[in-house]
Design a protein around this ligand. Structure first.
Ligand code: TYD
Length: 212
């Protein structure tokens, strides 16, 4: 696999709310630290990852707004995240793990809310376009499960944010868009069956090898 992010390696975690990705993020980062002892492993998240990005996250997760405003703010946070955190880290040869990246914008703002893919492609090009091509994760782990199961899991969590309050049909559309993107780019995506027990998922994650 070619690596536009040389000399680093960029990994994203994705999935609908309630799929269980957060359970494994920290442990996966720790696992990579011991497996690749010469490499720094940086764990970050979207929206967020910078002081400005975290402020935008607070607004995005709590305030109703026009769908295009929402998409623009997601990508504004991402622009800052790339400039301040992700690109310098990749340049320094680090492994970067982001809890969500642009696939989430396509899945939530595109699939879920219905913003056109053309508009999202334009924002992606604006924010991630470089002379060498689009900055994209080298590897995306998609935690996949039916919306109804995720909803059941979320109902056990405390105080849902703006997105977590949306209904089952929204999350089914988000899931469908994630799966469509995974099918389009099978080299980048690894689909994790999130219906499995956390133990089996963890075993699967430990089998993953990074292709530098
Ligand atoms: P997440 O960090 O997974 O939430 P939590 O802290 O509850 O685990 O994600 C925050 C929410 O932001 C999630 O509902 C998905 C949404 N989101 C988008 O709608 N578009 C985006 O581009 C990103 C990055 C996140």
């Amino acid at each position: 696999m070619s690596n536009r992010n040389q000399p680093g390696f960029f990994i994203s975690f994705e999935g609908i709310d309630g799929a269980g990705k957060s359970t494994h993020l920290e442990a996966f980062a720790q696992h990579l630290r011991s497996r690749y002892p010469g490499k720094d492993v940086l764990l970050t998240r979207e929206p967020g990852g910078t002081p400005l990005g975290e402020e935008l996250r607070r607004v995005l997760l709590n305030q109703a707004m026009h769908i295009e405003t929402e998409a623009l703010l997601m990508f504004a946070a991402r622009r800052e995240h790339l400039a301040q955190v992700i690109e310098p880290a990749l340049l320094a040869g680090k492994i970067v793990i982001s809890d969500r990246f642009t696939d989430a914008s396509f899945a939530y703002q595109g699939g879920g809310r219905g913003l056109s893919l053309d508009k999202l492609n334009t924002l992606e090009e604006l924010v991630q376009g470089r002379a060498e091509g689009l900055i994209q994760p080298n590897l995306t782990l998609l935690f996949d499960l039916p919306g109804s199961v995720a909803e059941e899991r979320r109902s056990k969590a405390r105080s849902p944010d703006k997105f977590e309050q949306l209904d089952l049909s929204f999350f089914e559309k988000v899931r469908a868009e994630y799966l469509r993107r995974a099918k389009e780019d099978p080299e980048r995506f690894v689909i994790i069956d999130a219906l499995q027990t956390p133990e089996l998922i963890w075993k699967r994650l430990q089998e993953i090898r990074l292709q530098y």
